[in-house]
Design a protein around this ligand. Structure first.
Ligand code: MG
Length: 256
C-alpha cells in the first residue's frame, strides 16, 4: 500500500509541475547494490565510437516533430532558476550558426508540448576548451518526458561516478560502455522511452523502460525506470556549464 501511495504521489507530482522532473525519482529507483553516485562502482569500459560528423548525424524523418533545427527555440520554454527575478518564459539560450548554445544560469528549457511513448534524437557537444573536472565539465542533461535525466557530460578522459557520466541514467544506471567523443566534437543520443502503464484502478501494471544509443552504440538496453508519470515535457538542463545542441527531433510512438 505504501508503494502504491508513493507511485500515485509520483504520478501526481510529475503530471502537475515541470519542477518535478526527476530528483525524487532518482532516490526511489536507485539499484540496491550501489549507493547513488558511489565512487566504488566500476566505470564502464571505454570504446572508440568512430569519427564525428560536421553534418547532422540523422536528419528528421517525415513523421518527426522537429524540436530544434538550429535556428530558434520557439518550441521551448524557459524554466527560470529559483533566485531569478526574471520569470519570462522565452529561452535565453543562443541559436545561431546552425546550433544552439547554453547560456549558463539563464535556466533549463523544456518543450511546450508533452510526450508519452517516444523516440528522441538529440545532438550535442561539450566545449572544445576544457574547463572544470568531474561533474563540472560540460554538464547538461536530457530529462526524459516525465522521467529521469540522461546525463550530458564531457566524459572523455574525465572521471566521475559511474552513474553520473555521459549517457548514464543519472543516479541509477551507468552506460554499458563509454563512447564519449572528444571535447568540441558532435555526439548523438537516440532514445526510446516507453512510459509505464496503469490499469483502470491506477495500479501500475508495466514499468517505464528506456533504451539509449550514444554515437551509434547501445549504452542503455531496455532499462527499468519504475512507475511515475505517463507523459511529460522534454527538458534540457542548464547545469551552469556551456555546451551546444543541434538537430533535436521526436517521434510519438503508438504502442499498446
Ligand atoms: Mg546533468
Amino acid at each position: 500500500m505504501k508503494t502504491l501511495r508513493l507511485i500515485l504521489a509520483a504520478v501526481t507530482a510529475a503530471t502537475v509541475s515541470v519542477g518535478a522532473f526527476a530528483a525524487d525519482q532518482e532516490k526511489a529507483a536507485a539499484p540496491a547494490q550501489w549507493k547513488p553516485h558511489d565512487m566504488n562502482r566500476p566505470r564502464p569500459p571505454v570504446r572508440d565510437p568512430g569519427p564525428p560528423s560536421d553534418k547532422e548525424f540523422a536528419p528528421p524523418p517525415a513523421d518527426a516533430i522537429v524540436l530544434f533545427n538550429g535556428k530558434d527555440w520557439s518550441q521551448w520554454e524557459r524554466k527560470p532558476e529559483a533566485k531569478d527575478k526574471d520569470k519570462s518564459p522565452e529561452p535565453k539560450w543562443k541559436a545561431e550558426n546552425g546550433y544552439g548554445e547554453i547560456v549558463p544560469f539563464s535556466g533549463s528549457i523544456f518543450t511546450k508540448e508533452k510526450f508519452g511513448d517516444c523516440q528522441i534524437h538529440i545532438e550535442w557537444a561539450t566545449p572544445a576548451e576544457v574547463k572544470g573536472s568531474g561533474q563540472g565539465r560540460g554538464n547538461s542533461g536530457v530529462y526524459l518526458p516525465g522521467h529521469q535525466e540522461v546525463q550530458v557530460l564531457d566524459s572523455y578522459q574525465n572521471d566521475t561516478y559511474a552513474d553520473g557520466q555521459a549517457a548514464a541514467v543519472y543516479g541509477m544506471y551507468p552506460p554499458l560502455v563509454n563512447v564519449c567523443r572528444k571535447p568540441g566534437e558532435w555526439q548523438s543520443y537516440d532514445i526510446t522511452l516507453i512510459q509505464p502503464r496503469y490499469d483502470a484502478q491506477k495500479k501500475l501494471i508495466k514499468n517505464c523502460t528506456l533504451t539509449v544509443i550514444h554515437n551509434g552504440v547501445l549504452v542503455q538496453d531496455h532499462v527499468d525506470l519504475g512507475g511515475g508519470a505517463t507523459e511529460g515535457n522534454l527538458l534540457l538542463q542548464d547545469h551552469h556549464n556551456p555546451g551546444h545542441y543541434r538537430n533535436i527531433w521526436i517521434r510519438r510512438l503508438k504502442s499498446e
